[in-house]
Design a binder for this molecule. Structure first.
Ligand SMILES: [Ca+2]
Ligand SMILES: [Ca+2]
Length: 137
């Protein structure tokens, strides 16, 4: 009777420890999986799509720009972007700056498939980006 009780306790402990390990693994995995979504939501990252060539050709990259923070373009895209668009115009507006740290001239066309047309001033000249929250008219 005493032995049975001990066995029952050991079994209970065994079950607990056996289930505890996978449970903690799962919670860690869930936490890691949820983290990007939480960060993206709290930081209000605006997805910006930029390509080195016009009309979305050449090397392209999705840039995630924090709202109200200046984003300096990666070195390989600096002064190299020929098409760019804000992919979340429903809640934001972005400004494209000619110099780093959001300085110099800027413009606000939210989607420009060919920066080289018109006066072409901003073609291969964008160096930084700033986006702000915007909720329609
Ligand atoms: Ca280019
Ligand atoms: Ca520049």
């Amino acid at each position: 009777m005493f032995n049975l009780k001990n066995i029952a306790i050991l079994l209970a402990l065994g079950v607990l420890s056996a289930s505890a390990a996978p449970a903690s693994d799962v919670s860690v995995a869930v936490a890691e999986a949820e983290q990007p979504a939480i960060v993206a939501k709290s930081a209000q990252e605006i997805p910006v799509y930029a390509c080195q060539g016009s009309r979305w050709r050449g090397a392209c990259r999705k840039l995630y720009v924090d709202v109200d923070e200046c984003f300096n373009v990666h070195p390989d895209f600096n002064d190299n972007i020929s098409s760019i668009k804000n992919e979340d115009t429903g809640r934001s507006r972005c400004m494209w700056f000619e110099d780093a740290n959001c300085r110099g001239r800027y413009y606000k066309n939210q989607e420009d498939a060919n920066l080289a047309d018109g006066d072409g001033y901003f073609n291969d000249r964008i160096s930084s980006i700033s986006c702000y929250a915007w909720r329609g008219d």
